[in-house]
Design a protein around this ligand. Structure first.
Ligand code: CAO
Length: 548
């Protein structure tokens, strides 16, 4: 074993840096490259990775210290083999930086490629300090924006740093070559601007944050990035003590952002305790611990802030029996709560005149028996719903998880709610629009039987576009079903009844089927539902339309 001292690396011209976070303590066993401290100048913050794997035996810095290049950060007990290997040589780093600077102006990378004839200039990814790709986490411009030199165009993020890339050339954005989530390397096109000729010197501003580690560079600690390369300074950030800032605006380093992403935490909600209201990893952990504690104590449900129903000892009021919910029952609790809480429901009501449908259905009973199927109103409802979804494709959609896209489905799969001894199940009839009444009747019976006998496979219950919940055989004259998210709509079918219907000159006894459609108002507008529902009711009221 040997003891190695880890020093503050090349500060890239900065005179001193503040220690804004100490990520390790005496006794910690570090992996190679594990962050040991976060340093900050007035323009940049950077995590300093450990150049060795080993045990921390002494710390030389505290949060708030001001350090200069070469100052000792900590002592590490390392394996002899590591200690005798090439030591972390700042000269080596400098040589590397110089080598990269061959295609630079004033020692900094040029990030422009100009087309002098058209005066279109492609702004490219500046030197990101290695071959490793970095992620585009934010696009700051749109086509048509007129940029001044130095305006931020994208934000890139590596494991160790996030950096705003300023425009090296002024002009109007004519195309954007990347989308959020893309991985880019040095030289990759970012945006194309039309206008002023490129100003090479301004590319200096696009110099990147610390180089991501490549195996050859692991033994050195990174140099401090040039000015204007990382996230905005604390002065621009409101204190992240409530929900007043967005996650993107929160003042936090890349490691904290990564942790927050992994845990699904919105940094805008986390209270900062670091210097200058900077968020630390500990802040994120404390936030998660508090939320978990509140959920478990029943004060908070799913982080939604909805108070839970108080526990009541029912036995105090009389005899009771407590029965364990089936697995399906427990899943129903979850899925119904999820849909009810997430989906803004609207329910529309209508009635279909199924007098002709019923007389046709009854006329087919004998044939149905011969075929060994029961022809109930349900296959007609499936057929009508499938045809209406085809006719009104704005209804055959789902809201994308990102909340910014609508997924249009080119297939028509209809779910059927089936009441079973173990609870409610929703098998799905695939490609219902391509099937005839006999096939729909047979498949419905088969799936319902499988549901009741616990034989449905997961695939039998997936891929639904729209669900039909029929209580027609049981009774009632209307109910508001809950959307089976991520589907966007569900139809509730109640019991058909003979009603006197005015035909303009007299009341006639007609068999009327009460129907309701509940839909997700985030994805569907009332007018869309009106069109879909009218189409569906018209199909049921005149089944000759099925043939059209
Ligand atoms: N009005 C009047 N009669 C109806 C009817 C309606 N809307 N729907 C069905 N019927 C009749 C049928 O025609 C049948 O009578 P006949 O044999 O004389 O024709 C009888 O009621 C029994 O039908 P069924 O229930 O056996 O068959 P189905 O095809 O109508 O329904 C199924 C199948 C699987 C949907 C049903 O058995 C079921 O499980 N329903 C409950 C669904 C449920 O729980 N929904 C609520 C979920 S919470 O949102």
């Amino acid at each position: 074993m040997a003891t190695e001292t880890v020093l503050v690396p090349d500060l890239g011209g900065a005179e001193s840096v503040d220690v804004i976070e100490v990520c390790v303590a005496v006794g910690d066993v570090l992996e190679l490259e594990q962050s040991i401290v976060v340093l900050e100048t007035d323009k940049a913050s950077m995590e300093i990775p450990s150049p060795y794997a080993g045990k921390v035996v002494a710390m030389h810095v505290n949060e708030g210290d001001s350090l200069t290049e070469g100052a000792a950060l900590l002592e590490l007990e390392v394996e002899d083999a590591q200690a005798s290997a090439e030591p972390p040589a700042e000269t080596e780093t400098e040589v590397k930086v110089e080598a990269k600077s061959e295609s630079t102006v004033d020692g900094t990378p040029v990030a422009v490629e100009a087309n002098s004839e058209t005066t279109e200039t492609t702004l490219t990814t500046p030197d990101v300090g290695g071959d490793e790709a970095v992620e585009v986490i934010e696009i700051c411009v749109s086509i048509g924006d007129v940029l001044s030199e130095g305006d931020s165009i994208v934000v890139l993020e590596s494991d160790k740093a996030s950096m705003e890339i300023p425009a090296a050339s002024a002009g109007e954005v004519v195309s954007i070559s990347v989308v959020e989530g893309d991985k880019v390397v040095t030289g990759d096109a970012l945006v194309v601007v039309k206008g002023d000729a490129p100003v090479a010197a301004s590319a200096a501003k696009a110099s990147p944050a610390p180089a991501p580690a490549t195996p050859a560079e692991i033994v050195r600690t990174p140099s401090v990035p040039a000015p204007e390369t990382v996230q905005s300074s604390p002065a621009q950030q409101p204190a992240a003590s409530g929900s007043s800032v967005s996650s993107a605006e929160a003042y936090a380093g890349p490691a904290v952002r990564k942790l927050a992403r992994q845990l699904g935490v919105d940094l805008g909600r986390v209270k900062a305790t670091g210097p200058k209201d900077r968020l630390t990893r500990e802040d994120v952990r404390t936030y998660v611990q508090n939320v978990v504690a509140q959920v478990e104590s029943g004060k908070l449900q799913s982080g939604s802030g909805i108070p839970t129903i108080p526990a009541v000892d029912f036995a105090k009021f009389g005899e009771i029996e407590t029965v364990k919910l089936s697995k399906i029952g427990k899943l129903t609790v979850q899925s119904m709560s999820r849909s009810w809480l997430n989906v803004p429901h609207v329910t529309q009501f209508d009635e279909a005149d199924i007098t002709e449908l019923e007389s046709f259905r009854k006329s087919m009973k004998a044939e149905a028996e011969k075929r060994g199927v029961r022809l109930t109103p349900l296959p007609f409802l499936i057929k009508a719903a499938a045809a209406a979804l085809r006719q009104e494709p704005s209804f055959n959609v789902s809201l994308h998880n990102d909340g910014e896209h609508i997924v249009h489905k080119k297939y028509v799969n209809i779910g059927i709610a089936v009441d079973t001894p173990n609870g409610l199940l929703v098998p799905v009839i695939k490609d219902a629009d391509k099937k005839g009444l006999w096939q729909l009747a047979a498949e419905t019976a088969e799936l319902a039987e499988k549901a009741r006998t616990g034989k449905l496979l997961p695939g039998d219950m997936q891929g639904g576009c729209f669900t039909i919940s029929s209580l027609g055989a049981i009774g009632g004259n209307g109910f508001t079903p809950i959307v089976n998210a991520p589907e966007v709509a569900i139809m509730g079918v109640s019991k058909a009844q003979i009603k006197p219907i005015w035909n303009g000159s007299e009341f006639l006894p007609r068999q009327m089927l009460p129907l309701t459609v509940s839909y997700d108002h985030r994805a569907i507008n009332g007018a869309d539902c009106g069109r879909f529902f009218t189409c569906l009711v018209a199909l049921l009221s005149d089944i000759r339309r099925f043939a059209l």
